[in-house]
Design a protein around this ligand. Structure first.
Ligand code: CP
Length: 324
């Protein structure tokens, strides 16, 4: 199956799964962002519940820890009327050796409409989409180094609320680019929406592999990469995905790649600061920058709920092909 393969859309051409933003047309991304804004209004900023997904069941299947993505999918689904099961891996029969495929088919047999999947192995959500017996949808909540499509969408939504014209934006994404599914999904969204320039900055040992990120300029010097940028997206050092201890000390890393006030002074004076979280304060970002007036970090979190409402409504809403 390819990124734009058969399982991403149903027979009517409607989005069935959200696995990646790669190759997603700008029009489709914009429609999801518009729907998120519309749901923000309709729910009175999340205070008024809707029943768009009344009778639908969403299962959160998180094989890796999460605070933002899991909670916001849970809230988003409930605020538009769905039932939500937060599947607890630690107390499930996976601890007795039940396989992923048997776990999915077991949950499917109880009837559910969507699986929200996070897994350390790239490609797991796509694999689940392939082996489903029913017409349930799969939403990728982050798979290995591969993709985190709702993060890409919520970052685009957050940026669009502050800078409507992406064609004027130079964006730098800094940190552990090689292991970052967020970088991949952000680049897919930013490129589709026409960002003027996307810069990727990392230590050489965390640089993207050849052929990855064809539309981006690669830097290893953060002072140079930050020069004049309109947006700085900072990434966490993902030690859990690194093969070796090839990274300098945290203090040295902050000196070379951390976003401090001194370094922010290289950027455009109105530069916006973003971070998907969780943050390592004092490693990739200084606290006074993370909490400062240019930071959108908590807005990203709030916007995540509306983006997740939008994708759930799109995949599971009334126009979904009726079950056989
Ligand atoms: N940004 C993000 O994916 O955060 P969580 O790991 O807390 O979900």
């Amino acid at each position: 199956m390819t990124d734009d393969g058969q399982t991403r859309t149903d027979a009517q051409g409607k989005l069935r799964h959200l696995l990646t933003l790669e190759n997603m047309p700008a029009q489709q991304i914009t429609a999801l962002l518009d729907r998120a804004e519309s749901l923000r209004e309709q729910t009175h900023n999340g205070a008024k519940p809707l029943d768009i997904l009344h009778g639908r069941t969403v299962i959160n299947l998180f094989f890796e820890p999460s605070t933002r993505t899991r909670t916001s999918f849970d809230l988003a689904a409930k605020r538009i009327g769905a039932n939500v099961i937060n599947f607890d891996i630690a107390s499930s029969s996976t601890t007795k050796g039940e396989s992923l495929i048997d776990t999915v088919h077991t949950l499917e047999a109880m009837r559910c409409d969507a699986f929200v999947v996070r897994h350390k192995e790239s490609g797991t959500p796509e694999y689940i989409a392939e082996i489903l017996h029913s017409d349930a949808s799969v939403l990728n909540a982050g798979d290995g180094n591969n993709a985190h499509p709702t993060q890409g969408l919520l970052d685009a939504l957050t940026l669009r609320r502050h800078r409507a014209d992406f064609s004027k934006l130079t964006v730098v994404i800094t940190g552990d680019i090689r292991h970052s599914r967020v970088a991949r999904s952000d680049v897919h969204a930013l490129h589709a929406l026409g960002a003027k320039e996307i810069r990727l900055c990392s230590p050489p040992e965390l640089s993207p592999l050849d052929g990855d990120f064809p539309h981006c300029r690669i830097f290893h010097n953060f002072d140079e990469a930050a020069e004049g940028v309109d947006v700085a997206i900072m990434l966490r050092l993902q030690k859990e995905r690194m093969q070796s201890a090839s990274i300098p000390s945290e203090a040295d890393y902050f000196e070379r790649y951390g976003l401090s006030q001194r370094r922010l002074a290289h950027a455009h004076p109105r530069c916006l600061v973003m971070h998907p979280g969780p943050m390592n304060r004092g490693v990739e970002i200084a606290s006074d920058v993370a909490d400062g007036p240019q930071s959108l970090i908590l807005e990203q979190v709030s916007n995540g709920v509306f983006v997740r409402m939008a994708v759930l409504a799109e995949l599971l809403g009334s126009a979904k092909t009726p079950r056989a």
